[in-house]
Design a protein around this ligand. Structure first.
Ligand SMILES: Nc1ncnc2c1ncn2[C@@H]1O[C@H](COP(=O)(O)OP(=O)(O)O)[C@@H](O)[C@H]1O
Ligand SMILES: [Mg+2]
Length: 250
């Protein structure tokens, strides 16, 4: 099972949109895919209609080592996609992990995922918009990390800090971790966008993917239907772009 974190320390850059659509395309190609939602906002869980505050969730997996992850994973309505769901309890899980010094705090997700290593081809981890202990668990569990970037006035802010942090986690906890690269989301054909893309290219070089995901109203429509856009409207620009991205990245 190849494990890929979708990470940015900013919210609203299309982490969740990218996670669920990459998962959907990989599943469509016949791969068994596990989506892991480690964001307390639980948007990818909701996108697969798997949100339930009373169910076991990823928090239980992080806090209780005796939990069988297979009892927590849910099937989705789509073939080949299962989800390790999140719910609001994850908002309190980090503090509990930090207070529990009797066990390793960074490798809990990694340990849990080892139990299903042979069941899936890909695991896509939808990260929260911060670098907390939950995110560190995601990165320690991952082979690869991909960073979506939304172009706005602040697109470049914090990027270097994020890339340094990934390197630190790699050195400290997970020498396997590979920073695959960044890609632009919600792309438009404006002059400002082109300028910022140039700046990104000069900072990231071959770590900026050629594929960009165009801004596309079908993504918004799909989110209201609680489904990935590549299932909602295959012919939309965003669906085509996510397909190209999968080709380029995998
Ligand atoms: N390509 C796109 N075109 C238009 N809207 C998009 C696109 N990608 C994401 N969005 C919208 O942007 C918002 C933030 O996306 P989301 O995936 O939830 O970001 P994050 O997980 O980083 O917070 C959502 O409302 C989503 O529908
Ligand atoms: Mg999100």
């Amino acid at each position: 099972m190849k494990k890929i974190s979708i990470l940015n320390i900013k919210g609203g850059v299309a982490k969740t949109t990218s996670a669920i659509n990459l998962a959907a395309i990989l599943a469509d190609e016949g791969n068994k895919v596990l989506v892991v939602d480690v964001d307390a906002q639980s948007n990818s869980t909701m996108s697969f209609k798997a949100y339930d505050i009373d169910d076991l969730s990823v928090s239980d997996v992080l806090l209780n080592k005796d939990i069988d992850i297979e009892d927590v994973i849910k099937e989705t309505e789509y073939e080949n996609i299962d989800i390790l769901p999140s719910n609001i309890s994850l908002a309190f899980a980090e503090k509990k992990i930090l207070l529990d010094v009797t066990r390793n705090q960074q490798n809990r997700l990694k340990r849990a995922l080892e139990q299903v290593n042979d069941k899936y081809d890909y695991c896509i981890i939808d990260c929260p918009p911060s670098l907390n202990m939950i995110t560190i668990n995601a990165l320690v569990a991952s082979n690869e990390v991909i960073v979506p970037i939304k172009i706005d006035k602040f697109a470049l802010d914090g990027l270097e800090y994020l890339l340094e942090s990934i390197e630190e986690i790699k050195e400290e906890f997970n020498s396997d971790l590979q920073f695959k690269g960044c890609f632009v989301t919600m792309d438009t054909a404006t002059v400002v966008n082109k300028e910022i893309k140039k700046a990104l290219k000069s900072i990231l070089k071959d770590k900026l993917f050629d594929t960009t995901i165009r801004q596309n109203v079908s993504v918004t429509e799909a989110s209201f239907e609680q489904m990935p856009v590549v299932y909602y409207k295959k012919s939309s620009n965003a669906s085509k772009d996510y397909k190209s991205l999968v080709k380029e990245v995998f």
